[in-house]
Design a protein around this ligand. Structure first.
Ligand SMILES: [Zn+2]
Length: 314
């Protein structure tokens, strides 16, 4: 039995995970706004989950840049900034009551670890995983190791540059993939079209409330043949294909796992994406690299967090 913990901006989740990756018990609390309350909430959650059960290890997934060698959160902008410089293992120690090994890593690598242990990457040595959501996350399994890099930054596929003179990104660079393909970017483009009064079903529906328009509305309209939505989706997929083609040439993976909320668009996303990637990579790669969905369907992040205890790689 392993204790998995997911630390997010809105909720902290924890649960007991069996050796087969099954989530046996879980609980969650809202993420407190300051460190002392966070430490209390985290320990309370851990105690509630353990409740006398002994676990062989604890795995923690957390946003930001986490140093896996000492579980310290190095960089974490936003509401959880108070965790910067803190050791997650030290924070939960009062609730563990014994010498239990604690591992931590960022949420993207945690998701890949889950796929390696119990999902689509099982038995494979070279896999790229992308998580398409508000931003674009990524993680890489290369020659059987989950890459972390010199400072724990490896795998940030969302900041691969697709246009050197493109829009300013939250990372400080320009033209990153995230500024072209992400829920944030797709919604921004669609809202701009609606606000300008472009001819579209989205303009008719959201004319007075473009702020409520979501990425899934754009994909739905595109699949129904809406011209503006189609153009936005096609352009976004074109940029994603370009970035992934570069990644494929760099890492030569067996498969690419495509997860995250936007991946729920299914074939509307995956078919044109695969076609454009193949066009750009067939010469060197000489094969179709399968784009597959994740198989660990635990959305809480708890199962993946438990899986990093199998891939400590300190
Ligand atoms: Zn960036």
């Amino acid at each position: 039995m392993i204790l998995g913990i997911d630390i997010g901006g809105t909720r902290i989740k924890a649960g007991l995970v069996g050796e087969d990756g099954s989530l046996l018990k879980s609980a969650a609390v809202p993420t407190p706004p300051a460190l002392p309350a966070f430490a209390r909430a985290l320990c309370g959650l851990v105690s509630e989950c353990l409740d006398g059960v002994s676990v062989k290890a604890v795995g923690i997934g957390c946003k930001g840049i986490v140093n896996p060698s000492n579980t310290t959160v190095d960089v974490l902008p936003g509401t959880l900034h108070y965790l910067e410089g803190r050791s997650l293992a030290e924070l939960i120690q009062p609730a563990l009551g014994g010498e239990i090994p604690v591992f931590a890593d960022n949420d993207a690598r945690v998701a890949l670890a889950g796929e390696v242990a119990w999902g689509a990457a099982r038995g494979r040595a070279n896999v790229v995983m992308v998580t398409l959501g508000t931003g674009v996350g990524g993680a890489v399994l290369s020659e059987g190791r989950i890459l972390r890099g010199a400072a724990g930054v490896a795998g940030h596929i969302g900041h691969v540059i697709v246009d050197p003179r493109g829009p300013l990104c939250i990372c400080g660079s320009r033209g990153c993939l995230e500024t072209y393909f992400s829920a944030r970017a797709i919604e921004f483009a669609a809202r701009e079209g609606v606000d300008r009064g472009c001819e579209s079903a989205l303009t008719e529906k959201f004319a007075t409330r473009s702020g409520e328009l979501s990425c899934s509305d754009v994909f739905r309209a595109a699949s129904q043949g809406d011209g503006m939505a189609r153009m936005i989706v096609d352009e976004a997929i074109f940029s994603l294909a370009a970035a992934l083609s570069g990644v494929l040439h760099l890492l030569d993976p067996e498969i690419v796992i495509v997860g995250g909320q936007i991946s729920e668009a299914g074939d509307a996303l995956l078919l044109p994406l695969a076609e454009e990637i193949h066009r750009r990579t067939r010469c060197l790669l000489n094969r179709l690299v399968p784009l597959v969905p994740p198989q660990v369907l635990d959305r809480s992040g708890i199962v993946g967090a438990a899986a990093i205890t199998y891939h400590p790689q300190k």
